[in-house]
Design a protein around this ligand. Structure first.
Ligand code: ADP
Ligand code: MG
Length: 266
């Protein structure tokens, strides 16, 4: 975390809470990208992507290596500026918003590279995002909620370095959730984890989705994991949406199988 991030969530009141939190029902589109293009030099990593997420939805994003999955999430968070196209969030055009203004609006992300502070305890790690916007009793409550969200009760005083890789990933999800997002973006949260650890992460994601109403976009390759958590799956291929649908349909689609084998698809 840099000093620039210090005031990221200094004014949580600015946030608009989507209706899903009040009603428990999906009412609206939360996120929409419109013709999103990202070029790196002459290479097109995102090729006119139209992608939408409903309030409270749990979407998985799959596709072969280099398909543009991480790039799409970085465009949504504002880490990358698009070459062309627009991003709408909760009815607002956020295409030109700074990353911290997107966080204020309710978009939170856990990146592919783990970023917990090894020398700090679980509680101290969780305090970092929370102390930016909450004080006193509310701070204590939110720290506790984030530890529960991470599934790390009983580990509060353990240094992050002593946690398993899976627990560290859980901690990061708790830290991202501590920002009270309406949309949480996770880039390969179970890469390199055991089956048991994967289940721990799946439980964290499912609970935050169902109990806190947080919408998710989760990048993941493992179809068992995806089948266990996702409502709908989006397949990216060569920088654009290739297929969308339930995992069973996607898995049995010969064209999807073909792109994973290194073919060109259709
Ligand atoms: P995925 O996450 O689906 O594996 P990425 O979005 O990371 O794919 O990358 C998509 C393509 O864009 C890859 O070919 C990658 O090499 C390229 N790419 C990603 N980021 C950059 C960058 N900062 N500069 C140049 N090329 C990039
Ligand atoms: Mg990636």
């Amino acid at each position: 975390m840099s000093a620039d991030d210090a005031d990221v969530v200094s004014d949580p009141d600015i946030r608009q809470t989507p209706a899903v939190k009040a009603t428990g029902e999906r009412t609206d589109t939360l996120l929409q990208t419109d013709g999103l293009v990202k070029q790196f030099g002459g290479f097109t990593a995102a090729d006119s992507v139209d992608f939408a997420v409903e309030e409270g939805e749990l979407r998985c994003l799959i596709g072969p290596n280099g398909a543009g999955k991480s790039t799409l999430l970085k465009l949504i968070t504002g880490k990358h500026a698009p070459t062309e196209g627009s991003i709408y969030y909760d009815g607002t055009d956020i295409t030109d918003f700074e990353p911290q203004d997107r966080v204020k609006r309710g978009i939170s992300m856990k990146f592919q590279v783990p970023s917990v502070y090894n020398d700090l305890s679980v509680r101290e790690n969780v305090r970092l995002p929370v102390q930016r916007f909450a004080t006193g009793e509310e701070r204590a409550r939110r720290i506790h909620e984030a530890i529960v969200a991470a599934g790390l009760e009983g580990y509060e005083d353990v240094p992050a370095s002593s946690l398993s890789h899976g627990q560290q990933q859980q901690l990061e999800i708790g830290m991202a959730a501590a920002l009270d997002p309406d949309l949480l973006l996770l880039d390969e949260p179970v890469a390199g984890l055991s089956v048991e650890e994967r289940q721990g992460i799946a439980d964290r994601i499912t609970r935050l989705n169902e109990e806190a109403g947080i919408a998710f976009v989760v990048i993941e390759h493992d179809t068992d994991f995806v089948a266990g958590i996702a409502d709908e799956v989006t397949v990216l291929h060569q920088g654009d949406v290739f297929r969308e649908g339930p995992i069973e349909e996607i898995e049995s689609d010969p064209a999807v199988q073909k792109i994973y084998l290194g073919g060109e698809g259709e």
